[in-house]
Design a protein around this ligand. Structure first.
Ligand code: SF4
Length: 485
């Protein structure tokens, strides 16, 4: 939908019901022969909506929203069903995990409303996730959250890396869910504290706890404050001598000094005692609860008075730490990222990773990928395909080298102009393959520079960022954070 049989000109216009119906008839004419052919040959089809690739018709009626994504797919599904073709699977991909999660949940709700014969399988994916640790975290947040919800039948992790790298990540995500699905815990006998279809941060009161700086320094959290990063005293001691070299990956609160109340969310007396406190308390789930982190924190958020800020943990039992960093990363990203995307959590505490530097980097990268705390440049990069007009991996590396100091700027790197511009989502700037050896540059969704020779395109991108007032000169740091210490 959006790229098939549809025009995509970002035109703003009102569609009357007649015009809308005429558009649907046009799609029916274009789509029906394909459906008939698939039916005749016994071929299955994916009806896959991508956020950012919605048709003008859908955009004008529903906006660039999860609801628009769902309705777009349903338009095509209705045509397929009218032709008695049912071998299809849906997908609702987006590069923003919050949008992707909301779209799949909304689709499931709509399919349930439509009736039991609408129970088609779902393929999950976070699109244009990019590469490296950030891409793995983003994928785990989107795919892992939905798998933990019980949604999803096939998955793809899209990386801007050699395709075989995607497989261990996808396999580990599925293995992780298999492990935790046995520990989902009691059915929630409480109303969810969040709207699963639309993000809103849980509204707590603000508190101040002891910080890691000078004696007497306090760090605010909760309310509209930044979501904070917590470490254990023992880990803080290991890195205390090099804090000034740790750049943006700074510990902010020491767990042992923060007067955290830990409760079993099923314990009525403990919850009632906390809820009777008039001043906001900093609360987390106890380590000895015997169920998975996501349902445990959801239950806590549901039962705890909203004035109390919540500290999220990735795991409860640190003795069962994984020796494999990928599993640690995916577990932390799924558990903490999922809760952040549902608006739960005012501070995070990654404990699955023992190395303090690595645990801090993971904490901040999860906050960034969930869109909860932006502290560095955000990249959206397509996974590449037969249409790609330049080497995505080396180009992405070059662009990152030139721009990775630009906090809060979002840059899309897309291999072609066929699908690239539509799928850049909410990027501030786009670097898109226009022709072999030539690049088009975008500001938002508007192409502003065309056919720039590839050798000078990164410099032109820097110029463009400068022209739009978002460039700052890089500051050389004394030393980078040691990743695994
Ligand atoms: S090259 Fe174009 S079609 Fe291929 S993955 Fe990238 S944006 Fe999508």
């Amino acid at each position: 939908p959006g790229n098939y049989a549809d025009s995509k000109k970002f035109v703003i216009r009102e569609y009357t019901d007649e015009q809308y119906a005429a558009e649907l008839n046009r799609i029916r004419e274009r789509f029906s022969p394909l459906v008939e052919l698939c039916k005749k040959r016994g071929i299955a089809m994916r009806i896959g909506t991508n956020h950012g690739s919605l048709s003008d018709r859908i955009l004008n009626r529903y906006g660039d929203t999860p609801l628009g994504m769902v309705e777009s797919a349903l338009e095509f599904a209705r045509i397929a069903r009218d032709l008695e073709y049912h071998d299809f699977i849906f997908s609702m991909k987006a590069s923003n995990p919050k949008i992707m999660i909301a779209a799949y949940r909304l689709l499931v709700a709509r399919l349930n409303e439509l009736g039991p014969d609408w129970n088609y399988p779902l393929h999950l994916g976070v699109t244009e996730a990019g590469e490296g640790e950030d891409a793995r975290i983003k994928s785990a947040i989107g795919i892992g959250t939905l798998l933990a919800d019980g949604i999803g039948d096939t998955i793809r992790v899209s990386l801007t890396e050699d395709s075989p790298h995607e497989i261990p990540v996808a396999t580990a995500l599925v293995e992780n869910i298999k492990k935790t699905s046995d520990a989902q815990g009691p059915t929630l006998n409480a109303q969810l504290s969040f709207d699963p279809y639309s993000y809103q941060r849980r509204a707590t009161e603000t508190i101040a706890v002891v910080g890691v700086g000078d004696p007497g320094q306090r760090v605010k959290l909760g309310g509209a404050e930044l979501i904070r990063v917590v470490v254990r005293q023992a880990n803080f001691d290991k890195i205390a001598h090099k804090i000034d070299k740790m750049g943006d990956y700074q510990p902010e609160i020491i767990y042992e000094n923060a007067r955290v109340a830990d409760v079993d969310p099923r314990d009525d007396a403990a919850i009632a005692k906390l809820n009777a406190e008039q001043s906001p308390q900093f609360v987390t789930v106890r380590d000895d609860v015997d169920f998975a982190a996501i349902p445990a924190f959801r239950l806590l958020a549901a039962r705890l008075h909203p004035r109390h800020p919540i500290l999220l943990k990735d795991v409860f039992d640190c003795r069962s730490r994984s020796v494999d960093f990928l599993t640690t990363l995916l577990t932390a990203a799924t558990n903490i990222g999922s809760l952040l995307c549902d608006g739960i959590g005012d501070a995070i505490f990654v404990r699955g990773e023992e190395a303090p530097g690595q645990a801090l980097r993971l904490s901040y990268n999860i906050l960034q990928a969930a869109g909860s705390r932006i502290f560095k440049t955000d990249y959206v990069a397509c996974p590449s395909c037969g249409r790609t007009l330049f080497n995505l991996q080396t180009t992405t590396a070059k662009i990152k080298e030139a721009t990775s100091h630009l906090k809060g700027v979002k840059i899309a790197i897309m291999g072609c102009i066929v699908n690239g511009p539509g799928e850049m989502a909410d990027a501030d700037f786009g670097y898109v393959g226009g022709a072999p050896g030539k690049v088009n540059l975008y500001v938002g969704k508007t192409a502003v520079k065309f056919n720039i020779p590839e050798v000078e395109a990164v410099d032109r991108l820097k110029d463009l960022i400068r022209e739009h007032g978002k460039w700052v000169e890089p500051v050389r740091r004394a030393a980078a954070l040691e990743p695994a210490s």
